[in-house]
Design a protein around this ligand. Structure first.
Ligand SMILES: NC(=O)C1=CN([C@@H]2O[C@H](COP(=O)(O)OP(=O)(O)OC[C@H]3O[C@@H](n4cnc5c(N)ncnc54)[C@H](OP(=O)(O)O)[C@@H]3O)[C@@H](O)[C@H]2O)C=CC1
Ligand SMILES: Cc1cn([C@H]2C[C@H](O)[C@@H](COP(=O)(O)OP(=O)(O)O[C@H]3O[C@@H](C)C(=O)[C@@H](O)[C@H]3O)O2)c(=O)[nH]c1=O
Length: 283
């Protein structure tokens, strides 16, 4: 039976993987920050010495985009050192590493969906650390899948969908940025994609883009949330300048998913997945 180590398992993606795990014929070790700190070299190597893993899915990350601007060292430790330590142990033990990265490795100047071969040029500390983490993985492990995803949300953890629902409890009007374009992605769909890759036994290692299908601005995303939930919130479309944040975010970060589709992975339309998540939140 395949053995799979999951790090950062209490986050959005890790929690979605836990839900899927129950129905799969694999042995999972789900670890959170307290059981396995990926920045601790001894803890990482102890895990890999204790068991042989066929796969390691790295869901652990520093994901606070704005806070990262003033916490560069912490973000680097988790997103670069942590990724590098896992890659090293995976390489030594012949484990396939599935590492997750982000659309924020791009600067957002494209006018057509980013391909895996497009040049990364991150414009935030978070984006830089995620790019350096990818490079660390690529340099060490020749058996790794790096999956870049975007605008993740889930019924678990904190995310844009939950922020909008929370704000709707006290506000009847919101201003949301309309000139940052990307694709929302339901973490449950990413979890399924990861499992499809593992179940297929694919060995076409490398960097892949995975998001839901379609395109939206944060404004469109917010409108869809309120429309599907039938909440009477007026949403004003604003330019980025009118919502200043510590971190810069790409204006355009839609990703081309042709490559991952060749592995048989499905990419549901973002509004369908949003509805599925909202229905699940309600139940
Ligand atoms: N969220 C998003 O919108 C997007 C995320 N991604 C990427 O997808 C991946 C999964 O993201 P998501 O599930 O949303 O992230 P979350 O922030 O929901 O979860 C990350 C988890 O990592 C844990 N963690 C942090 N530091 C360590 C550490 N040193 N050792 C072990 N665990 C640690 C956190 O635990 P604790 O809270 O206890 O620190 C948390 O449970 C990440 O690589 C992220 O960069 C890509 C695009 C979009
Ligand atoms: C709350 C709020 C946000 N916004 C904007 C700010 C920002 O540009 C956008 C999204 O803000 P958030 O802080 O929720 O999301 P953010 O943390 O920027 O999301 C990013 O997270 C990292 C981890 C990734 O890897 C990215 O793919 C992306 O998902 O919405 C508004 O315009 N109005 C508002 O009222």
């Amino acid at each position: 039976m395949k053995k799979i180590l999951v790090t950062g398992a209490d986050g959005q993606l890790g929690s979605e993987l836990k839900l899927l795990a129950a129905d799969l014929p694999f042995h999972f070790d789900f670890t959170d920050h307290t059981h396995l700190d990926i920045t601790n070299a001894q803890e990482v190597s102890a895990y890999f010495q204790k068991s042989h893993y066929n796969y390691c899915i790295n869901c652990a990350a520093y994901t606070a985009v704005d806070k990262a601007e003033s916490e560069q060292d912490t973000a680097t430790k988790v997103n670069v050192t942590g990724a590098s330590l896992l890659a090293q142990s995976c390489h030594e033990s012949g484990t396939v590493l599935i590492h997750i990265s982000t659309d924020f490795v791009f600067d957002g100047k494209n006018h057509k969906p980013y391909q895996e071969t497009d040049i990364a040029a991150p414009i935030s500390v978070y984006g830089v650390t995620k790019w350096q983490g990818e490079e660390a993985v690529r340099n060490v492990s020749d058996k790794s899948f790096i999956l870049r995803t975007s605008w993740l949300y889930s019924t678990f953890g904190g995310n844009f969908v939950k922020t909008m629902l929370r704000l709707a409890e006290t506000r009847n009007e919101l201003s949301i940025i309309a000139d940052q374009i990307g694709t929302p992605t339901y973490a449950a769909d990413l979890a399924k994609a990861i499992m499809q890759i593992i179940e297929s036994g694919a060995t076409e290692y490398g960097t892949y883009h995975f998001s839901n299908e379609g395109v939206a601005s944060w404004y469109d995303f917010a409108q869809a949330i309120f429309e599907l939930k039938q909440l009477p919130v007026k949403v004003n479309a604003i330019p980025t300048e009118q919502y200043p944040t510590p971190a810069r975010r790409p204006h355009y970060s839609v990703m081309d998913k042709s490559k991952i589709k060749q592995l048989g992975v499905e990419t549901p339309y973002w509004r369908d997945s949003l509805k599925a998540c909202l229905d699940k939140l309600e139940s």
